[in-house]
Structures are given as C-alpha cells and as structure tokens.
Write a protein that binds this ligand. Sequence first.
Ligand code: NAD
Length: 484
Amino acid sequence: MATVADVTVHEGHWIGGERISSPADFDDVSPIDGQVIARVARGGAEEAAAAVSAAERAFPAWSRTTREERARLLHAIADGVEKRLERLAIVETTDNGALLRSHLRGVMPRVAHNFRFFADWLLRLGRDDFETRGHRNHVSWDPAGVCALITPWNAPLMLATWKIAPALAAGNTVVLKPAEWSPLTASLLADITAEAGLPDGVFNVVQGYGEEVGAPLVADPRVRRISFTGSVPTARHIAAAAAPNLTPLSLELGGKSPLIVFADADLDLAVDLAVEQYDNAGQVCLAGTRLLVQEEISAEFTERFLARAAALRQGDPRDLATDIGPQIHAEHFARIDGFVRRAVEAGATPLIGGGPNTDLGGLYYRPTLFTGVAADSEIVNEEVFGPVLTLQTFRTEEQAVEMANSTEFGLAATLVTGSPESAGRVAARLVAGTVWVNCFFVRDLRAPFGGARQSGMGREGGDWSFDFYCDVKNTVFAPGGWNG
Ligand code: NAD
C-alpha cells in the first residue's frame, strides 16, 4: 500500500475481488517533482489470464442480473466517486500532473456522471418491436462477455469509466488495464466498486506495462470486446492481436485537429478557444493544435493570442491558480522536445516557447506556437501531444477545408465564424468525428464520439456504446399466441 497525498492506495492488481501482487513492481513517478509515489505490481501474461478467468467466472451471474439491479449498482459506484471526489482528484493530479482545479471542478464529477448516465440509459434502452406479416421482431441487447479495456494516462479515470460504465451496464464483466504512467485512480475505483457491492470478478484491474500485461490480455480468445484509447502505433499492435480471434474492437486514437478562424469571427472568442488548446499541457487528443487563420485577420489574431498565452501561469498543478502543469513523464517530455527541435531545424519559427521552461525545471515545457511551417512538415502532420501549436493562414473557404482535411487524422475540428451558412458548409465537408462551431470541448454522452481515418474506429456514447458492448439480437416470434 502506498500513501499518496494522504490517501491510501493499493499497489496490487484487483482480480476476482482480491488484491494480488506480482513478483516484480514498477516505480510510479509523480510528474510534479519526480518523486516515486508508489511501487505498483508489474503484471504479465499470468495476471492477464487470471483476470480474464475471474471475469469469465463472474459473467454468467452478472449477465443475468436485471437492468434495475445493474443500474442501482452503477449509481452506488457514482455515489462512492462523489464521496471521494477530493481524494480521487488529488491522487490523479499527483499521478499524472493534470490540474487539480480541473479534476475537482470538471473531471471527477464527470466520472460520477459516466456511471449515472449509462445506468439511466440502460433503463431506457430498447427499440420498439415491429411486425412482419404477423410475426413479431424483438430486438435485444445481450451481454457480450469479458471486455478488455485499455486506457491512456492523459485523463485516466475519466476515459476508463467512460468504457467501464457502459460495459458493466450492458451486463459484461471487465478487465481494465490502466496506463503505467498513471495507474493509481484505477486502484481506488476498485475499492469503490467493492464498497458499492459489485460482485467479485465483475470488475478487475491488471497493472503493468502495455507490452507485458496489455498484449496477452487483448490476445486472449476469451475476451469478447476490446475497447482501446491511446496512440495509433499501439492500436496497430492491438488490432493485430485481436485479428486471429476476430474480437470486435473500439479504437479511440490520436488527433491533429484544426481550429479554423474565419475573418468574420468574434476575435475574442477565437483567441480564447485557441489558448484553450494548451489545456492539460497540450495532452488532449481532441486539441485543435493546427490554428488555421484567414489571412486578413492573422496579424491581429496572432498579436492577441501571444498576449493571452504569455499570461498563462505555469507551475505546480496542485495550485488552483495554475493554468499549465508539467508533462506526464521524462520520456514524453523528450519526445515533445524532439518534435520542437526538428521543427526549428526544418525552418519553423517559434513565436513563443520553443523549449523547456528552465525557470521551473523538471517536466515543464513552455507553451509553444510555431509559424512558418510547411504544409508537409512533421510538425503540421504528426501528433505532438504537448503544448505545441502551429499557425497557418488561408485565403478562401475552399483552401481552409483542404488544409483542415490534409492530415491522416480525423478526430475533431473547431470552426470560429460569424456566418452560420459558412459554418454549415464547412462542417459538412470536414473529415472529423466531432465538429464544434464557435465552441470547444462540449461533450454530451448521448452524442456519438470517435474518430475518422487514423483517429479511430467505431463510436461510443448513448446507444453507440450499447451497440458495441452487446450482441444485438433479433428474435422473430411466429404469429399465434406469443406475439404480445
Ligand atoms: P499508448 O498507446 O502508448 O498507451 C495506451 C495504453 O495502451 C496504455 O495503457 C499502454 O500500457 C497500453 N499498451 C501499450 N502497448 C500495448 C500492447 N501491445 N497491447 C495492449 N496494450 C498496450 O498511448 P498513451 O501515450 O498512453 O496515450 C496518448 C495517446 O492516446 C495519444 O495518441 C492520444 O491522442 C490518445 N488519446 C485518444 C483519445 C480519444 O478519445 N481519441 C483520448 C485520450 C488519448
């Protein structure tokens, strides 16, 4: 057990309702100050198999519980999250360096909401029966079995519960593999599910490195669904591992989203939205990291943007006044710096930032904006996943659409415009799972979420989640007596 910011956290796996250790551990390091905050169990094939076995054993009874019972338990988990909101927030911040302010005000309340939303949606789930020549077609959403859920470190509990809640609501059992750079809140969630009364084995957590414990988990033929959020290269490994078993996959991957500012836009709003792209130190899949600005306003936009960006307060994420915290890990920090150095070598000009924050040291990277970037350059086309934006200008709407759609990604796009007609025309032509017009990051669990192109496969949210996590079945009753 570790004590992190005065909160006790189990460092073991959670399998079949028991804490299990492994022969080896790994150091969990806080990005805030480089301190080792926990020594977490380093799982492998054995632990992955044990967790799937536990989930498989728990499945028959759990899948037969009534919808009302499952909904009740999900609400009880949400109650547990709300009860521990501050503790979850401070542990997450200590573990992954994201702002405590965001965890307290936005993220952890949304974690509870994830459970409540899918509990309530479950109770409404169902489409009306329909008739074919007197026969009755009855559609049902049958639980699929054991679900392997693999999640990243940038919003650990938020993204995990967005999968766990619908998977459990659907009557499945779950094995969660959280990211090794932020493993702790998954462990706290295990305590919460136990306290809520979730039967043993319905929810399991295996800890460790992706290649060691994640890979055997997703290759296990007993797993009926794999839901993954993370990077494109890992998705390729997972898809290859899933292929022999034809395990259905949901993939939520990276992005290189455009934020398009038209000349008739409200410039204050445009600047606000652009600066918001540094949130979570730029470690947001949906971030609009490519600022595409119409030529005639680009000078004024840039001036105002630079003034706003310069006023951002960088520092300890536990300080509620901080705007930008550290990057997650030294390895990731070096990766970001590599992108920035290569961009400079390729001729790009940093208008702000362009390197580590040497005043703060550690893993603090200065918010950076590049101009003079070539359309085919790495910095314009590859996901940096750090506080690094590029600025390009366009002349016409046609050109804006062409530039917006020019990468291999298609996760999201943001338009800032004064013209509803132009918004409609442009939004219709963008390749993206989500388009925001004069807003950013407005998310509703009723809406489909996912990416086009290399940004993902499938959609989650509302019915889309249940369609993925269930074997949707049509039963046809012959006429005569049974057709209600
Ligand atoms: P990553 O792909 O390195 O790791 C994600 C998870 O996969 C981790 O838990 C890791 O341990 C596991 N993993 C690694 N190799 C594996 C393997 N062979 N088999 C099974 N599991 C394996 O991603 P990351 O660095 O943690 O996260 C950042 C990426 O996630 C970025 O590309 C970001 O855009 C993306 N992301 C996407 C969304 C979305 O909703 N589309 C949300 C957040 C983050």
